[in-house]
Each structure stands twice: as C-alpha cells, then as structure tokens.
Design a protein around this ligand. Structure first.
Ligand SMILES: [Zn+2]
Length: 402
C-alpha cells in the first residue's frame, strides 16, 4: 500500500528549493509554490486522503504497550519502501536511516495506552475520533503518519532522501522503556524532533520536568482491632499522618506532587500492619525535584515513627528534565521550518515526560512538537485532519529546511 501512495504523491507541488506556502480557510487547504497559487485542489485532497488512510490503517493495528510487534513490522516495511535502511533493535524499536552527513532525528512512539485494542476510527466533519469505547491512538500514530508522509514528500521535493534517522520507539507510555534501551552509540544524529505533544502544530516544547518516583512501605503491628487493639500499630494511621503533611498538586509554578496509589489492610477487625504507597514529584528544576522527593521520604518516615511504625522509602529519578534555550540550533531549525509553512512557532514548557527526556539525557538535543491531537489518553481523543496534514508538512519542512 505504501508503494501506491508513493506513486500518487504529486510531483508538481515540490520544485527544488521552492517555498511551499499553505493557507486554510473554511476547511479548504490551498497550497502555493513561491507565492504562486496552485489550484490543483484534487491533488491536495488526494494527499490528505492518503494521510487519513494511513492513519486509519495504523490505528487499526492493535499496539498497546508491550504489544508493538505488528505495528513495528508495518512501519519498518513502509520505511523500506520509502528507501530507508531499517533495523529493529533488541527492544523492538524501529530505526530507519538514509542520506549522508549528520542526520536529523525524527521520532514518534509505536505504543499506545489502554483501552487501545480494536480501535474503530470515525472520520467525520474533518475530524478523526474513536468510536467512543477506545482511545483513538492519535497519540502517537499521528506522529508516525506525519513522519512517514514527511519522508515521502521530502524525497519528492529534493529528489533523494536527506540525512535522516527516523526512530520509532516501543514502550513510551510505560516509563519510556524503548528509548531507554536504544543503542546511543549507534545513533548518529545530534538533534531530535519528537512528534508527540498533544498541542496544535506550531507548538515547540523546549522544557520538561525531572520526574522522581517515590515508593513507601509503612509497616506496623497486626492485632485484633477489638480484642487487643493496644497491641497493634496501625500502618494506615501511620501512613495517613505522613500524607496529610505532604504537598499535593502545584507546589510552585514549575513543581507538582502527588500521592497517587495507596493500598493495605485485610479486614476491619484487623489492625493493618502493612501499607504500600506510591507518589511522584516533578519539577522543571531538577534539584528541586530531588529535594522535594527527599522531603517526602523524611516526612513519611518521621510521622510513621511517631506512632511506632517503620517506613521503608525509596526514591528514584524516573527521568531527568531539560530546558533548551530558544537560541539553540535544535530550536532555531524547527522555528524556521514552522515559519516556512506560514505558521507561527510557539515555545512552551510541559510537565509531561517523553522520549525527548531520554534523548536529552543521552546528549541528543531534543524538543517535542505539537501534532494536533486532543484529549489524549481518553476515549474522547480526536484529531482534526487539517492538523494531521500540518504535522506532515512540518516533518517535510524540517527535512528540507537546513
Ligand atoms: Zn505520546
């Protein structure tokens, strides 16, 4: 199917070195080349239809985290048809390479959250949504489709593929598992664009927090709750004393905290002796995140001790945050690419993590790009076809804009 799409790519839209302009009004997309409007509306519609078709094809493949084999094979096959050399690494990540010189890295993730099985996308009124009982998986199939289309269109525009590494990761939604296991010794690019922000196309996310996970086990003493409660030490009460002293939500304008899970106890007539709780803190300031996690650990331990319980608390940096200044080459290149599309670039920070955190921690300057999906990780997830088209143009623009 990839071959057919390649053949239907319209050559006339892409002259070498020609500036491609795009404007949208009343849902109609107009494309111009070097200021001269091209009126081939049929061609534009065919290009958008190819994007929608590929989107529907890929979201229809089941690919919840841990089950990416089939979509990985499909994406690898498409990359080979486009002309990249493709490898699937031990983790299951798909890496496609082409061109000479230092490549630009384009990245999206193959996996999706639950409920992401049996997705039946609905295309209606210029929008793609799920049928309501699953997510849509525009996060991150929109990123995959944008990169694939961008590669095809850039190849058409330039006559050959530019230097590129296309990296499609597994397990992004489960602690960035795939990008952690990439062989960074083999990655040649120094700048990466991660197509994975649920923001409009044009948004460039240049900072992301450090995320510290906290696991606390609070241990008391079991006893009959009515016969000899004086012999018991309640782990629930001990944990609760700590929890009420912890900050929740926004701690300051760039730091959040949450106790998200708590479990323990077996019956109302037993003094509970074992509670497990999991919490997290995030901050755009790395040291602040680490210090706040230490504060969590101290509060939980001290408060447990006041009622005679013990706490075993571990903290772990899940991923390290980053802030990339706007004058860095990785930001300047994408701003130029966005402006070449006739859009305005918007620099934002995010409190979420992505493969960009792992890339940055491994010395690859990375930003995350808005791809237009909305209400991700919910059954209301949706994406406008015009945004999907804009994300594809952005991938193309990044590849042809040096
Ligand atoms: Zn995502």
């Amino acid at each position: 199917m990839g071959t057919n799409r390649l053949l239907t790519q319209p050559r006339l839209l892409f002259g070498k070195g020609g500036a491609i302009g795009v404007e949208e009004s009343a849902g109609l997309v107009r494309i111009s080349l070097q200021g001269k409007r091209l009126r081939s509306r049929g061609v534009v519609i065919r290009m958008q239809q190819a994007l929608v078709d590929e989107f529907v094809e890929l979201v229809s493949i089941d690919a919840e985290s841990g089950d990416e084999g089939e979509i990985a094979a499909a994406v690898a096959g498409k990359l080979r048809v486009i002309g990249l050399e493709v490898e699937i690494d031990a983790a299951g990540n798909v890496i496609g390479r082409a061109g000479e010189g230092e490549p630009v890295i384009l990245c999206a993730h193959l996996d999706r959250v639950k409920p992401g099985k049996g997705i039946r996308p609905v295309v209606e009124d210029g929008v793609i949504r799920s049928s309501g009982d699953t997510i849509l998986a525009a996060d991150d199939v929109a990123g995959i489709v944008a990169i694939l289309a961008g590669l095809r269109r850039a190849k058409e525009a330039l006559g050959a593929l530019p230097a590129v590494e296309a990296i499609f990761t597994v397990g992004e939604e489960t602690h960035l598992a795939g990008s952690r296991r990439l062989d960074y010794g083999a990655v040649r690019g120094k700048m990466a664009y991660v197509f994975d922000a649920s923001r409009p196309v044009g948004v460039v996310v240049t900072s992301s927090p450090t995320h510290v996970g906290i696991t606390a086990r609070v241990m008391g003493q079991a006893a009959h709750a009515a016969v000899n409660p004086q012999d018991g030490v309640s782990a629930i009460q001990a944990a609760a004393r700590g929890i009420v002293r912890l900050p929740f939500g926004w701690v300051d304008d760039h730091t959040t905290a949450n106790v998200g899970m708590i479990s323990g106890g077996t019956a109302t007539n037993v003094v509970c002796d074992d509670v497990l709780m999991r919490a997290e803190v995030r901050s755009l300031d790395h040291d602040r995140a680490v210090a706040l996690a230490e504060h969590f650990a101290n509060v939980i331990s001290l408060e447990a001790a006041t009622v005679g319980a013990r706490a075993n608390v571990t903290t772990e940096v899940e991923y390290r945050g980053y802030r990339i200044p706007s004058d860095e080459p990785v930001v300047r290149r994408v701003v130029r690419a966005i402006e070449a599309m006739g859009l305005e670039a918007t620099i934002e920070s995010s409190m979420g993590g992505s493969d960009g955190n792992i890339f940055n921690a491994n010395g690859i300057a990375s930003v995350v790009l808005g791809i237009g999906c909305e209400a991700v990780h919910s059954t209301r997830e949706r994406i406008a076809i015009s945004q999907l088209e804009a994300a594809a143009r952005l991938a193309q623009s990044l590849l042809v804009t040096a």
